[in-house]
Design a protein around this ligand. Structure first.
Ligand SMILES: [Fe+2]
Length: 317
């Protein structure tokens, strides 16, 4: 029996039920994401795919018409929107569209992840930026990984309802890692719940293993080599993303620079340079893909990353 009074076997059943109930796998979004990575995909094929989903079609056209792109003409067709946006932007749009539509509306006061959709987007951008420098062939995979890695939080919220919300409230200010608190209370945590969800969505095993281990290095150690490669970038990306969203405490800087040193052999200065590269991209994407509100953009705190990391590291020595 766990602290919440939920039997462990019952907890697992509840998680599986929630995984089954969550919106059908984002087939259209995943299909678009896959198609945009293939050299064989033609404009007509991508157009047909997007047009099979009315909401996504509307969003693609809407984004093409947004002030962000500054296009003089009025875009009225999916085909023209794809041409103007390009395949890479359409891929990001499809995944972020799903994430925001399904997960962005759920409010979970007390959740230690600041504004889940923004945090997911920041993790995605940072993972993508890191990948471009070290493993460009996996750039799209890393972007997806960053975006979806906290999906298990929604599974937990669905599975345990008011008990999970009460847990979030009571856990605020705790010194214990959040995921460990979940495990003690419910017998399962959001990282493992996320693995179950993404497995159901048929994402590849190395990908889902990296999600399962995103707070647990011991779990990463027993994963296969590709999962460990995914994991080391994800763990740095989701830690660094906190810095973009107002969590600029010295301990987060130090943890991020330690992860960069250990997993990528990067100095604190190199990490600072990468954060400098990623931040404007994150701002752009927040406007383009996320909720284009002043509040969302205003939460991105940045600039001078190299100096901040150096200062934080020095202060902790
Ligand atoms: Fe997490």
């Amino acid at each position: 029996m766990t602290l919440s009074g939920v039997d462990s076997a019952d907890a697992f059943d509840r998680i599986l039920d929630s995984v089954r109930q969550l919106p059908s796998p984002p087939m259209i979004c995943m299909a678009v994401a896959e198609a945009t990575q293939s050299d064989l995909t033609t404009l007509s094929l991508l157009q047909r795919l997007i047009e099979s989903d009315i909401a996504l079609s509307g969003r693609v056209v809407q984004v093409a018409n947004s002030a962000f792109f500054g296009i003089a003409e009025t875009v009225t067709s999916v085909r023209r929107a794809i041409t103007l946006l390009g395949f890479a932007t359409v891929r990001r749009l499809a995944l972020a569209f799903f994430y925001n539509e399904e997960f962005g509306r759920i409010e979970l006061p007390g959740l230690p992840y600041p504004q889940l959709p923004q945090y997911a987007l920041a993790s995605s951008v940072l993972a993508e930026t890191i990948a471009e420098l070290i493993e460009p062939e996996f750039t799209a995979d890393y972007a997806t990984l960053g975006l979806l890695h906290e999906s298990g939080v929604i599974v937990m919220a669905m599975a345990f309802g008011s008990q999970y919300r009460q847990f979030l409230q009571s856990f605020q200010g705790s010194q214990q890692p959040f995921w460990q608190g979940e495990s003690e209370t419910f017998g399962i945590n959001h990282a493992l719940a996320g693995q179950l969800l993404l497995s159901r969505w048929k994402l590849p095993a190395p990908f889902t293993h990296a999600v399962a281990a995103h707070h647990d290095p011991e779990l990463a150690e027993v994963a296969d080599p590709l999962a460990r490669r995914f994991w080391r970038v994800l763990t740095l990306a989701h830690t660094g993303a906190l810095l973009f969203l107002g969590q600029c405490q010295a301990d987060v800087f130090v943890l991020a620079s330690e992860l960069a040193r250990r997993h990528l052999n990067w100095t604190a200065q190199r990490l600072g340079e990468v954060l400098e590269m990623a931040e404007p991209i994150c701002r752009e994407r927040t406007i383009m893909l996320g909720t284009p509100t002043d509040q969302a953009v205003g939460t991105l705190t940045g600039g001078g990353w190299t100096g901040k990391i150096r200062a934080a590291s020095a202060a902790c020595k």
